[in-house]
Design a protein around this ligand. Structure first.
Ligand code: HGY
Ligand code: MN
Ligand code: MN
Length: 402
């Protein structure tokens, strides 16, 4: 069995944590100086492990094993949500370094912008499987500040670099180690999760146009308050979705912007960033149909006009049974009875890579289930156990049918 150097693994995790540090987490939005510094750090680490590092035209980093196959691809992402956790994504990439350092024939990758700072959605892993056109890059904007993706790539020094395409035939499959970002493992007193399926995320922008006007002179009967219309619509969505959703569906309003945003002015415009998730496409389609019906209903009832714009959507993915078996067997050997099979409520690059090769994920617990927050954390003994299980599972996959 390959000996994983868990001390070096934890040291790498903490070294990466120091890049773009924010309180106990990190702030490494895609293509920020700190994100690009972390990519350079990763390329140096990959080279030290004997992998040939490259960075592509959207910032995806790949370390390529020089030896003969069979190979596995191991990785995740290293940019973060704003002011968020140190392990989301970084864990899976640094775990790949640990497996390479142990001499396993793995390529290691950090897909760009898994966190969707740009509205293509899963830019790096969808580009790597050929799903992102040049036109889509031309049209893409930063979801928070509207910066064109082309401009951000230019500023990051990536413009003109070729975009990598995954060579599916080179790999037995893709393994992604990740924090759970939920409370299931901790609540069950378990230390490892073998992921069965990964939710799709369907993202929308709802814009409500009313009439900016005086907050006092305009009577309640005549005003066209985009803010109130937004609140009533979101309340109607929440009530309707609860009746038609699936067991593990979620729906979230990440941002409501009211313009012009002054206390004595009736908001003339409301902009809502809204997303919903599920592992089942029929459930997702039912939620979208309900959303569209509620917007039509709002336009019948309100003196404001609501429009719906799709931002991005991807597909749910089932994890590969063979890779799941390898992870389950390794988990049972290294942590008997301390693991479970479970779905992922978060989206991951693995769900895109699963379109071109077998893919599977291994979860470790999140303390308090917290993620997408700077206080995100996992016990170091769980991190160390997870990377040992990942290494043992990788060995099983690489040895099978050798
Ligand atoms: O939002 C997600 O599920 C992922 O963390 N980007
Ligand atoms: Mn992630
Ligand atoms: Mn995330």
């Amino acid at each position: 069995m390959a000996e994983i150097d868990t001390r070096a693994f934890l040291e790498d995790l903490h070294a990466l944590r120091a890049i773009g540090r924010f309180r106990t987490g990190v702030h490494r939005p895609t293509y920020s100086p700190q994100d690009m510094e972390s990519r350079r750090w990763l390329m140096r680490r990959l080279e030290e492990c004997g992998l040939a590092p490259t960075i592509d035209g959207v910032g995806t980093v790949l370390g390529r094993h020089p030896g003969a196959g069979p190979h596995l691809l191991v990785g995740s992402h290293i940019e973060s949500q704003n002011e968020a956790g140190w392990l989301d994504g970084a864990l899976g990439v640094v775990a790949g370094i640990a497996l390479a350092r142990a001499g396993l024939p793995v390529d290691v990758c950090a897909f760009a912008d898994e966190e969707g700072h740009f509205d293509v959605g899963f830019l790096g892993s969808r580009s790597a499987i050929g799903e992102v056109t040049e036109a889509a890059i031309d049209e893409s904007r930063n979801s928070t500040d509207g910066t064109p993706l082309r401009e951000a790539l230019q500023a990051a020094g990536l413009a003109g670099l070729p975009r990598m395409q995954l060579e599916a035939g080179r790999y037995r499959g893709f393994l992604e180690m990740h924090i759970e970002q939920g409370t299931q493992l901790e609540a069950a007193g378990l230390r490892l999760g073998v992921v069965t399926g990964i939710v799709a995320i369907w993202q929308f922008r709802i814009v409500i146009e009313g009439a900016q006007d005086h907050a006092g002179g305009t009577t309640m009967a005549e005003r066209r308050d985009a803010g109130l219309a937004a609140v009533r619509l979101l309340s109607a969505i929440d009530e309707a979705f609860a009746r038609i959703c699936g067991e593990r569906s979620t729906w979230t309003t990440g941002r409501i912007t009211l313009d012009p945003g002054a206390p004595s002015i009736i908001p003339g415009r409301a902009e809502i960033l809204f997303q919903f998730r599920d592992v089942s496409v029929p459930v997702l389609e039912r939620m979208e149909a309900t959303l569209r019906a509620l917007i039509r209903e709002s336009n019948r009832r309100e003196r404001c006009t609501a429009t719906l714009e799709e931002i991005s959507r991807n597909s749910p993915a089932l994890c590969d049974p063979g890779l799941m078996d390898a992870l389950s067997q390794a988990a049972e050997v290294l942590c008997p009875g301390g693991w479970q099979a479970m779905p992922s409520g978060a989206g991951h690059d693995a769900q895109n890579v699963a379109k071109v090769m077998p893919a599977a994920m291994l979860f470790v617990p999140s303390i308090g289930g917290i993620s997408h927050h700077w206080s995100e954390d996992t016990r170091e003994e769980d991190l160390a156990l997870g990377v040992r299980v990942l290494g043992a599972a990788a060995e099983r996959v690489l040895a099978a049918g050798a």
